[in-house]
Design a protein around this ligand. Sequence first.
Ligand code: ADP
Length: 713
Amino acid sequence: MKYPKTKEMKRQLFILSFASLACVILALYFASRGTTVVYTHLFYIPIILAGLWYKKKAVYLALLLGAAHIFMTLFFIYPIPADILMETLERATMFVVVAYALGFVSEKWDKGEEKLKETKDYLDNVIKSSADAIVVVDMEGIVRSWNKAADDYMGYTADEVIGTSNKIFFADQEEAERIMEIVHRDGELKNYRTTVLNKDRKPVLISMSAALLRDKNGVPIGTVRVSRDVTEEEELKEKIKDERDNLNLILESMDEGVYIVSKGYKVEFMNRVLIDAFGDHVGSVCYKVFHNREKPCPQCKNTEVMRGKSLRWEWHSHRKNKTYDLFETPLRNINGSTSKLTIFRDISVRKRMEVELREAEERYRVIFERALTALCVLEQSGRISLANQEFALLSGYTRKEIVGKKWSDFIEATDRDRVQNYYEERREGGAPACCPFKFVNRAGEIRHVNAGIAPIPGDNKCIASLLDITELKMKESELRETCEKLTELDIMKRDFLNVAYHEMRSPLAPIVGYASLLERCELTDTGRKYLYNIEQSAMVLDKMINRMLQLATIDGRKTDLNLKEFPLAEVVQEVTKSFEPVAKKKKQVISAVVPGVEIQADREKTVAIFSNLISNAIKYADEGARIDISVEDRGKDICVCIADTGIGIPKDHLAKIFERFYMVDTSLTRKSGSLGLGLSIVKEYVKLHGGIVWATSEVGKGSKFFFIMPKRQ
Ligand code: ADP
């Protein structure tokens, strides 16, 4: 290392050169006078000085002076005796040895001092540049050392405070003594919080660590105090604490489960959701609390998070068959340590729904693809974005070609506006479900379709389904033609029957007339019997033709109701009276309970209704049976019941007895010459009045015929 030549060095060089020269001159002088013993001691002066100043380099000077001594001795003493030569050589060697030994010792000494100096400088620098205030106070409490950092927060300079009592820094005078006492007793003081007063006499909160200073004999000589202004730190801590409290409040109010664990897996916080689910386990290890394990879980992300990573991951618990969404992030604590904050949410329902949604989508895709109707998805612009195979078949285009085509391109020009209006209305959720129109396919052929359009919920799209009804349309028109023909035929039939019934009636009148004339003539018993048979047959034929005509009139819709207001009891009495002789013959009793109710109806048809039902009751009952007629006035209508204790009707026939020509095949029906038309006339007449008729019956016990008719038409 090259040092710059200082004044001191120059002075040393001069002294050394001067001393060496003086020695050489003296040696020369004494040697010339023959003295060789004393003067050589002078040589040690420059050698010692060189050893002290230039360390081992003094050897060069010793060599030079030794050489000069040998040369001068040889020069002046010639021939030189052997003992003097030896002595001279010894002396020169001694010069070199002394120079080396002195240089060596001096070098060592200097190195030690240098180190000491370096250490002292280093310590001074540390003290000076320390961010912490370092103050040395002696046993009397007098400040002995004061660094720059102490200036900064106390406002005093070293000159102002060194030599003064440290008591000036404390508001509480006893505090200075208390600190001294603790340090003296314990030998040290660590992170002691106290308040000192700065130069402006303003309190400053500091954290102080102190140690006892002892002299080399171990006697205490003072204390060294390292302190720091912790006002800001305290404020920061307070702030962090507030923020932590706020965070805890937020975490408490969250619907998700939240917990905080330390690096050592200790639960530091659990929010309400978790406490409700697992109980309060703050202080226990998380793997025990949440997973009932003795060791940390293999999937645990504690290490990664503690390294500063925030993670979001999903975890499926096979034990509970639940899936959780976890967010984990490191959390700095006030004391500088790190904890892990975990927020987890049970997403099992969402996951299940996702699977169900996927399945549902797949199901709908299959339905869409395999549907037997043509389906397509319409965009808001009216363009087709998706079509199924059936649509492709209907249109004659490939599915790829269909995508992007305008839906209106498939509608025949005359139908376009109507269908477009329907489409717009359906988009708004209105209009009927279906709209038939003419569909134009690729070849320009017209197909009749029935379209249904429905908006897709949550989307601006619609789904259109088209049912090809071309065949149906053709069948429908065929059917309509057939129907028209049949109606024509029916009218012709009814007209023919009407004429036929009337024509059949014409010869009947002379038959009955001549038969009554014949009654007055003298006839044999056989002749009278034949006449009776003719009259009976004519009566049956007349009855039959009358009923046929009644039904023909109803069918021809020619029946008008001749409405009149009359007491119902009057009609019931009239009809029962007319049947009394027949009933008497069979020893049957007819009773009627009718309230005094007036109804507005066709009197003739009401008579026909009662007549048919009472005549049936008499007809289909054996001797001694009871026939009970009852009428209930129900306010707006009347409910009539005609009950008999006759043969009854089997259940499987009950529903059909009101059909035309339907008869239950019994001996009584065969005997009575029934036609199976009476109940159908009753049904039609009740219907004409806006009423209904039905029957209940039990074979062998009797039947009940009910009808309801409104009191006013
Ligand atoms: P008809 O009496 O002229 O045969 P209806 O239409 O009046 O024709 O009756 C149809 C059938 O209903 C009858 O053939 C009979 O078998 C059955 N029937 C009607 N009324 C009664 C009744 N009160 N008791 C038993 N059977 C009855």
